[in-house]
Design a protein around this ligand. Structure first.
Ligand code: ADP
Length: 365
């Protein structure tokens, strides 16, 4: 037989059949004489001297009962074979399909799926298996994309540095202060990229130490703004904070929220021209507190809005790069907010009309 489940099922059926046969036989030989005894005694009285006939009738009954049990056992064994084969196939075929698919997935073929043939537990298992395979496929694609993206991001500053160094070696370029400054900017860009990547990997692995406690949004904002205020002044962008005094505390890791806010406010600085305004608002919604960073800057075209939180996504590649953007800041901010169980989203009425980034955090208590 092709399957190992088959002999087990057959054995189980045979045990049931054997039990039935033994009980039927035992009943015919053991109990039936007692049940028949009264009738047979009456018959013996009527038949008088022909009492030997009684024994013959009884022997005939037992023979018939024995034959019936034998026929029943033979028929049951045949049916047991058929049913065991059928059931084993129904169970083993899908399991075998999953085993082979798992084997192929293990060797890197993440596109493998198994057919879902029934709505029972096996069907559910096949469905779950397919979902697991799809999520492995997504992870694998993300891993490959990440490597390709990182290689691409490293290439630009490295190519710049290599060009300057070759120029210096060939004597085509003079080691001027200005040239060293440009080289330093490329090195800084590489440093920022590596720092952001490290932070991103920590956030995505959920490894960021989340020391959550009840925190005041006012205080969180003050920590961040005290660091950034001078940059707003230098750029000529007005900074307005509209946070109600009675705003409830949030349940958050202050360092992590400060980092998310820094990324959002850093972007407004980069994408809001001088003379513009950045407003930070906060308000309560149900069990959460929402914080919005609104700017009057370059805005984001509608088709880019759903993507700005993706890794390395930049609406205007050259502008973002020139400004030193790594394209990871919003991905990190989203990861940090989601670590707290919050949501983050972007809105913009369109290019040139400003952007609004809003995130939520759970309320403390
Ligand atoms: P970057 O380091 O390039 O700023 P981010 O992940 O922080 O990367 O942002 C991704 C992209 O989203 C940016 O390149 C920019 O195109 C867009 N963006 C982010 N914040 C703003 C904003 N306040 N105004 C306009 N565009 C923005």
């Amino acid at each position: 037989m092709p399957t190992r489940l088959f002999p087990k099922l057959l054995l189980a059926f045979l045990v049931v059949i054997a039990t039935g046969a033994v009980v039927a036989w035992g009943t015919a030989w053991g109990l039936a004489p007692l049940a028949f005894a009264e009738h047979l005694a009456t018959m013996a009285d009527r038949l008088g001297r022909e009492a030997g006939l009684v024994d013959e009738v009884f022997a005939g009954f037992q023979q018939a009962a024995g034959t019936a049990v034998l026929v029943a056992v033979a028929a049951s064994v045949l049916v047991a074979f058929a049913v065991a084969t059928f059931v084993a196939r129904r169970i083993v075929d899908p399991i075998e399909a999953m085993r082979q698919a798992a084997d192929r997935i293990a060797s890197g073929r993440y596109g493998e799926r198994v057919p879902v043939r029934s709505a029972d537990e096996l069907g559910e298992l096949a469905d779950q298996f397919n979902r697991m395979a799809a999520s492995l496929q997504r992870l694998e694609r993300a891993r490959r994309d990440l490597i390709a993206d990182v290689a691409h991001e490293l290439r630009t500053p490295l190519a710049g540095l290599a060009g300057y160094l070759e120029g210096l070696l060939d004597g085509v370029l003079e080691p001027s202060h200005e040239l060293l400054g440009r080289m330093h900017r490329e090195v800084r860009r590489l440093e920022r990229l590596v720092e952001d990547l490290q932070e991103l990997s920590r956030v995505e692995a959920g490894r960021v130490a989340s020391r959550r406690k009840a925190a005041s949004v006012h205080e969180l904002l003050e920590v961040v703004l005290s660091r950034l205020r001078s940059q707003f002044v230098d750029k000529g962008v007005r900074l307005v904070v509209e946070v109600p005094a009675d705003l409830p505390h949030v349940l958050a890791d202050p360092d992590r929220v400060a980092q998310a806010l820094t990324n959002l406010l850093g972007n407004t600085l980069q994408y809001t021209p001088s003379g513009g305004q950045v407003t930070v608002r906060a308000w309560r919604v149900d069990g959460e507190v929402a914080v919005s960073v609104v700017d009057t800057g370059v805005g984001i075209p509608a088709e880019h809005l759903p993507h700005v939180f993706e890794r390395f996504y930049r609406v205007d590649r050259s502008r973002a790069r020139a400004g030193g953007g790594t394209g990871i800041g919003l991905t990190i901010a989203r990861g940090l907010v989601e670590l707290h169980g919050g949501r983050i989203w972007a809105e913009s009425p369109g290019p040139g009309r400003g952007s609004t980034f809003t995130f939520t955090l759970p309320r403390a208590g």
